[in-house]
Design a protein around this ligand. Structure first.
Ligand SMILES: [Zn+2]
Length: 329
């Protein structure tokens, strides 16, 4: 009807009560737990008592006991949400792993001298396919912009639903390689703000925004799965700082970085992982890596002739032989 009879649709639309997502966190003074009875203050002299004795979920009891029944409470239109605060002793570990997130891969460098990379190409493949699909939709529904927006929103949601399980798999793989080390990420908050500003101005470069969401989500997943500390280091200039001498880097080609100061010749992403590791390790007050580990890391970050052929950008078709060639970065 929206399309066939717009005036009638608008009339009805105004009359139908619209359901909005309601969610509010309650102030600590507004609720109290006495035994198993939750006492909620709705108004100055209106109280609501809910007996929680009937709650069947075994986790409720477990989290409650573990948190000594200190919790935050949020209300939605259909549920009470308990947020238990469980104090967690974080094991103090000496070693850290720096992670540089890029589109085709996540590169790791650890303070004890190991380097790895996690393949993110299954994710970029989905995102590339969906980006092409969205472009086709925009072409097909080019007249009715409201309809176009609605369809695009649906596809964006669909894309996120497909990407999320892949991100969980990548996060698990990342944590498996990190092992019992702290994790250092780049702080993406400033970069994503910049991206939002760009997209608000109508910048068509949606790829940056995509990667900001993907990387933010991956960081969030790793942060809640990790048993060790996860810190975020300043992201400014991580890919233009020499991992050896700290001098400025030049980028003669897409993934290559050279230092005019110490004549270092690096793979941009692996060098960035080293810089991130250095910054985070500093934050964590870790001891400086021993010279042998440092040399191994620098050796691993060095530019190799076959790096040029490693796959890159979003939306590039995946090739079998590429996947084999760059299993370990
Ligand atoms: Zn240098």
């Amino acid at each position: 009807m929206k399309r066939l009879d717009p005036p009638r649709w608008a009339r009805l639309h105004d009359r139908i009560p619209r359901r909005r997502a309601v969610k509010a966190s309650l102030h600590r003074d507004l609720y109290r737990l006495r035994g198993r009875v939750l006492d909620l203050t709705l108004h100055r002299d209106r109280h609501l008592q809910i007996d929680l004795g009937f709650v069947q979920n075994p986790l409720f009891e477990r989290y409650g006991t573990a948190s000594n029944w200190t919790f935050g409470l949020a209300v939605t239109d259909r549920a009470l949400i308990f947020q238990f605060r469980i104090p967690q002793a974080q094991p103090v570990v000496a070693e850290s792993a720096g992670v540089d997130l890029n589109m085709p891969s996540a590169d790791l460098a650890t303070s004890d001298g190991h380097t790895w990379s996690v393949d993110l190409r299954p994710i970029t493949a989905v995102q590339g396919a969906m980006a092409r699909k969205r472009a086709a939709i925009a072409r097909h529904i080019s007249k009715d912009l409201r309809h176009q927006r609605a369809v695009l929103r649906r596809y964006r949601r669909r894309e996120r639903n497909r990407v999320r399980p892949l991100l969980h798999a990548a996060g698990n793989e990342l944590l498996r390689q990190v092992g019992a080390r702290n994790v250092v990420f780049e702080d993406l908050s400033s970069t994503s703000e910049e991206c939002q500003k760009l997209t608000r101005r109508g910048d068509p470069d949606a790829r940056r925004r995509l990667s900001a969401w993907t990387h933010g989500e991956l960081q969030r997943i790793v942060r809640y799965k990790s048993t060790t500390a996860v810190v975020r280091a300043n992201a400014r200039g991580t890919s233009s700082e020499c991992p050896n001498c700290g001098g400025p880097l030049a980028h003669p080609s897409w993934r290559r970085a050279t230092c005019g100061h110490c004549q270092g010749d690096w793979h941009r992403d692996r060098a960035a992982a080293l810089v991130i590791l250095g910054r985070g390790h500093h934050l964590l007050r870790g001891a400086a890596p021993p010279p042998s580990a440092r040399n191994e890391l620098l050796e691993a970050a060095r530019w190799r002739p076959d790096d040029d052929r490693s796959p890159g950008l979003v939306g590039e078709p995946m090739k079998r032989d590429d996947a084999k060639a760059s299993g370990q970065g």
